[in-house]
Write a protein that binds this ligand. Structure first.
Ligand SMILES: [Cu+2]
Length: 116
């Protein structure tokens, strides 16, 4: 009996390892993933990403100068985003889509906000 058990053990271990590989993996819903916009070379990219109401939107400033993310009507504003810094907000239906950089007004972009 002892010999037989020893022979079975590797098989059991293999079965357990194989079963673990087939466990369902929880993948977060796409809506949970933030929308990331990079500020680089005095440009916002992507320039007009699709954003759903409730999405977290993050702007990352990869330049060596500060920038801002400011609605064209000033209804929302990041304030100064330092070089290497970031700012985030949650998209709302009421958000004005077009924005610019307060420090470099030729920098413009927009959000394509879809409601649920
Ligand atoms: Cu700027």
């Amino acid at each position: 009996m002892v010999i037989r058990r020893r022979l079975l053990e590797p098989a059991v271990a293999t079965f357990v390892a194989t079963a673990a590989l087939h466990l369902p993996i929880e993948v977060p819903a796409a809506a949970d993933a933030p929308v990331v916009i990079e500020i680089k070379g005095f440009e916002y990219g992507p320039e007009s990403p699709a954003v759903a109401v409730g999405d977290v939107v993050i702007w990352r400033n990869l330049d060596i100068v500060p920038h801002s993310v400011t609605a064209v009507d000033d209804s929302w504003d990041s304030g100064l985003i330092a070089a290497g810094g970031r700012w985030q907000t949650v998209a709302t239906e009421a958000m004005v889509r077009d924005y610019y950089c307060r420090f470099h007004p030729t920098m413009t972009a927009s959000l394509k906000i879809d409601s649920y």
